[in-house]
Ligand binder design. Structure first.
Ligand code: SF4
Ligand code: FE
Length: 482
């Protein structure tokens, strides 16, 4: 099958029987609910953009499996050029959606599993790489969106998976059968899972031998029996039910997260990619996290581009665009945003070949990239709010603007420069609100902090990869210390 169009993708999700709960009620499909549809549209954009000739080089690539042209989100990176193009593609998608477009987790899981299953098989004589390749081939041919599920609820952070008071707080194998395994547990904060065809489950931490049942990786379709998801709340989410395109700030795109529950889900043998080899759990986590930390040097930068543009327009619309302090703030925002991009590109350019033949980013630089992302978007957001002014959070609704008697007062008193309508001014302020405080803030502000691992997770990796001993030796050499 060739790459799907955006519409074909939407239809394919609509046809699935994914069990989604929102506000305590079951939803028929993410395609047909006003709170969920913008999130589906963001994934749809990854299909639509791939069909545009001007983005062909970034959005599509030849499959290394059969030479067919595929969406880059399904690709195994085979060069540093592939890694760089991945980041550029993500910046583009961030610019076009101003939200999380969700499909990267699958791509990052593909690449982490490709090399980890290869190395695990080499040591243990298992057959996970073959299983994974068969899955990947189907994913590429069917142009699937695949969720990558790593984060377990984790319960008491001071205890290993098998020592938790409730043994299901990390997803685990509860039954081993001839034809497969049965798993139980949950994955939290799953971005885009309600818009995906399949989910790849991975362990969330490095594990010891006592955690054998927890060192498990596999893929299942999202409408598999006994799997369901509970959608998380977002600030201003019910505004999407009001039917005002202006008040939501970004009416077309968004992202949602779900607590996904595996309540005794059966996984056939051929879809298992790790099952008890605890010594490869850490490698899988480290590689997936590394790829996803690289990803943030693309997607968050693209969203940052939109936020910087929105702040600049807000200043133009109230006549402050030429003020030197505003110009300086926009320069600072750009500087921070491009610094994020620089580390995304750097960890890609410094990537290296793994034993399996695919390319892994430079892990130190990828962790530095994400560590910057836990900080700079906060400053970019602060500056955007500074430029936008208080009206961003005090402006009346679209209903007031359209009101037969109140409308003219809103129009008159909330206008900035005479040449720009009040509606235009309010639309850009609502977009800034959406990105900094509203539904998209989950995907920009807070996700910058916690997505792809919280700050401390990167600091551990930076400590491990930083090679302090070599640096000490450099200092000894210069200081002539024997
Ligand atoms: Fe992709 Fe960024 Fe969303 Fe992660 S946070 S899935 S990298 S858009
Ligand atoms: Fe994320």
């Amino acid at each position: 099958m060739a790459m799907m169009t955006g519409e074909q993708y939407v239809e394919s999700i609509r046809k699935m029987k994914i069990k989604i709960f929102l506000f305590g009620e079951q939803v028929s499909s993410a395609a047909d609910h006003p709170i969920l549809r913008p999130s589906l549209n963001s994934v749809k954009a990854t299909y639509d953009l791939a069909k545009k000739p001007e983005y062909e080089d970034l959005m599509t690539v030849k499959s290394h499996l059969n030479g067919a042209r595929i969406n880059r989100f399904g690709h195994i990176h085979h060069s540093t050029d592939d890694l760089v193009k991945k980041v550029k593609m993500q910046r583009l998608c961030g610019q076009k959606t101003a939200s999380c477009f969700q499909r990267c987790v699958g791509m990052d899981a593909f690449n982490a599993l490709f090399s980890t299953t290869f190395e695990c098989d080499e040591k243990h004589g298992t057959h996970y790489h073959k299983n994974f390749l068969a899955f990947l081939k189907e994913a590429q041919e069917k142009d699937w969106t695949v969720d990558g599920a790593m984060t377990d609820p984790k319960g008491d952070r001071g205890l290993a998976p098998s020592r938790q008071a409730d043994p299901d707080l990390y997803l685990r194998v509860v039954e081993r059968r001839k034809d497969g395994i049965v798993v139980r547990g949950a994955k939290a904060h799953q971005t885009g899972i309600c818009n995906s065809h399949q989910v790849i489950v991975m362990p969330t931490i490095a594990m010891g031998p006592e955690d054998k049942d927890y060192a498990v990786s596999f893929a299942v379709p999202l409408d598999v029996e006994n799997l369901f998801m509970i959608i998380g709340r977002q600030s201003c989410d019910t505004r999407k039910l009001e039917g005002s395109s202006m008040d939501v700030g970004n009416c077309e795109f968004g992202g949602v997260e779900a607590l996904t529950i595996f309540d005794n889900v059966f996984v056939p043998n051929e879809r298992i990619f790790l099952n008890g080899e605890t010594d490869y759990s850490g490698m899988l986590v480290e590689r997936f996290a590394g790829y996803h930390r690289q990803s943030y040097g693309g997607c968050k930068v693209g969203v940052g581009d939109v936020l910087i543009g929105a702040a600049a327009l807000a200043a133009d619309y109230n006549g402050a665009g030429k003020a030197s302090h505003v110009k300086d703030k926009l320069i600072e925002m750009t500087h921070l945003n491009e610094t994020l991009y620089s580390s995304g590109i750097a960890c890609s350019s410094e990537g290296a070949k793994t034993k399996s033949g695919n390319y892994l980013i430079d892990l130190l630089l990828a962790n530095v990239c994400k560590q910057n992302v836990t900080r700079f978007p906060y400053e970019i957001t602060r500056l955007a709010e500074d430029i936008a002014g208080g009206l961003m959070v005090t402006a009346p609704s679209e209903k007031d603007l359209r009101h037969p008697t109140l409308g003219k007062y809103v129009e008159k008193y909330l206008r900035g420069v005479a040449a720009v309508s009040t509606e235009t001014r309010l639309r850009i302020l609502r977009l800034i609100e959406n990105l900094t405080l509203g539904t998209a803030a989950v995907g920009y502000r807070t996700e910058s902090m916690h997505g792809a691992g919280s700050p401390q997770a990167q600091r551990i990796m930076i400590a491990r990869q930083g090679n302090l001993e070599q640096k000490k030796q450099l200092a000894r050499d210069i200081a002539k210390i024997k």
